[in-house]
Design a binder for this molecule. Structure first.
Ligand code: NG1
Length: 512
């Protein structure tokens, strides 16, 4: 049977490390503060708290929406939503945040039979909650009929995943929201259903979401990396973090360059989705292949093209590495222009520019005169190859030796190079941080998440962790932000152990 999102009644099941040591007191305090603030705000105790974490991606950047495998894991930073269900009356949501000065309280009413409307032009913080509502309503209406009206809810939110910081605060928020709505309406949702809902939900905020973040937020298990496969359909494998000699640490450091994916999407994220989709259909056309639509954002992915071209050549039985190498050669030899205009692409596809725009650029607008199909496709296929190599290195033996750690680090460094030069999703600050970390001892350093700012992730030998942190402070944070406070600096670098995925926290855990 498909696994359900767990309901837990102790915080150890969420934040513990599996040992009898208990959990760090700050987690308990934060949770206690949420419950008490809820009581002050609404004069009642919450019924439950829905929780979903942020994530860090170790390798496999910008390839989930081309349906290639990626290797993220949840971090301990999360979004907590305390909920009191309102049993009668119209379905009204009161949405408050513990940080009320930054995120003022808002109210929303769901029209009886209608859709949740999200004003994409007006990016309010509560849009992410409404996005979660819209996805879960689809499931609830499928189950209970189109006239189903959800229960009203009083909500208090506390998130400590930095917004726009590359640890996927948006996915954590949307997943926790959808889970809260499902729980409030009496549904024990499976992880797979929640994932499907949340991908749809996030798209309603205006981003062609790939699915990696929601998968990592929902499916992760403490102590494991999550090997996510998207082709032919989603599957998750929990990969244990191997012992290593010398020991290593995964260090996550924010650049404090904020890139709001929903706002910058037409020039950044959504444009890349359009470019790789166009690369797929152009390549297919050049090989006289009619692609069947797949479940990627715009219906045609590079993974789909790989499958069909290998089928055509009778090479589907070959290893994945062989196949990816083959499509890399194809891209190098067949996509020979540095950039393709709309007219050039329309000509290859034998359609009008108007139809090209209607089919691939109308769902969400993009701002570009030309499209770098060769570079984007190359990044995707080469990154897919790096993920395979990374995964293989992890599973070669139960202990990672220095040579293997260096290999993993090298793959991460190659990803950064490709993100910076070929996919153009890095920025000078991220490049800077990566070279500072490498110079002071990191095996590998790269951006994590969508990029154009956000976070970096570093694979660091244990005995170099202090040196890397100090170097980042001295050569990046103090230099770029001379007025940075000690508190902000404390949040800038996170030493992250793979954390636990989504859950509903109820019962005794709420007695604080
Ligand atoms: P961020 O923006 O870091 O949450 C985004 C996408 C992922 C993936 C990465 C790039 C969403 C919610 N997230 O991550 O699916 O494509 O970029 O690897 O759209």
């Amino acid at each position: 049977m498909a696994a359900e999102v767990p309901w837990v009644d102790s915080l150890e099941q969420v934040y513990g490390d599996g040992t009898p040591n208990g959990i760090p007191s700050e987690y308990r305090q934060r949770f206690g503060n949420l419950v008490k603030t809820f009581e002050r705000e609404y004069d009642q105790k919450p019924d439950f708290v829905s929780r979903s974490p942020g994530r860090v991606n170790l390798i496999g950047e910008h390839i989930d929406y081309s349906l290639y495998n990626v290797l993220p894991t949840a971090v301990v930073n999360d979004v907590l939503i305390a909920v009191q269900v309102v049993e009668s009356g119209e379905p009204k949501f009161s949405i408050a945040n513990v940080n009320s000065s930054k995120y003022p309280k808002e109210e929303a009413i769901i029209p009886k039979s209608g859709e949740v409307t999200i004003d994409k032009q007006n990016h309010k913080w509560s849009n992410y909650f409404l996005a979660g509502v819209s996805g879960s309503l689809q499931t609830l209406r499928k189950k209970h009929g189109d006239n189903f009206v959800p229960k009203g809810m009083k909500l208090l939110i506390d998130g400590n995943v930095p917004a726009g910081g590359g640890l996927s605060s948006s996915a954590a928020f949307v997943c926790a929201s959808a889970l809260a709505v499902m729980a409030a309406n009496g549904l024990r949702v499976t992880k797979q259903d929640l994932l499907d809902e949340c991908i749809v939900s996030e798209r309603s905020v205006g981003v062609y979401s790939g699915g990696m973040d929601q998968a990592a937020s929902i499916f992760s298990e403490r102590g494991y990396l999550l090997y996510c496969q998207f082709w032919p359909k989603f599957a998750a494998e929990h990969v244990p973090v191997p012992q290593a000699d010398p020991e290593f640490t995964i260090l996550v450091a924010q650049s404090f360059v904020t890139s709001d994916k929903a706002v910058t999407a037409p020039k950044h994220y959504n444009l890349r989705v359009v470019e790789v989709t166009l690369a797929s259909v152009v390549l297919a056309k050049l090989f006289d292949i009619a692609l069947n639509p797949d479940h990627s954002s715009l219906g045609f992915s590079l993974r789909n093209f790989q499958e069909e071209v290998m089928k055509k050549d009778g090479k589907l039985e070959e290893t994945m590495k062989y196949q990816v190498d083959a499509v890399i050669d194809i891209v190098k030899s067949r996509l020979d222009k540095d950039a393709y205009t709309r007219e050039e692409i329309a000509k290859i596809l034998e359609i009008s520019v108007e139809n090209l725009e209607k089919e691939y650029m109308s769902k969400f607008p993009v701002q570009a005169d030309s499209f770098k199909l060769r570079q984007r496709a190359l990044h995707v296929f080469e990154e897919a190859r790096r993920v395979l190599a990374f995964r293989q290195t992890l599973s070669q033996s139960s202990t990672l030796d220095k040579e293997k750690l260096l290999r993993l680090g090298d793959l991460m460094n190659q990803t950064q190079e490709s993100c910076a030069k070929t996919y153009e999703c890095s920025c000078p600050e991220i490049d800077d941080m990566c070279s500072i970390a490498r110079k002071s001892g990191a095996y590998g350093s790269r951006l994590t998440g969508a990029g154009w700012g956000g976070c970096t992730v570093h694979l660091v030998p244990q005995d170099k962790v202090d040196a890397v942190q100090e170097a980042l402070k001295k050569e990046y944070y103090y230099k770029k932000f001379p007025k940075i406070t000690a508190e902000t600096l404390k949040e800038a670098i996170v030493i992250s152990k793979p954390g636990q995925g989504s859950s509903v926290i109820h019962g005794n855990a709420l007695s604080v």
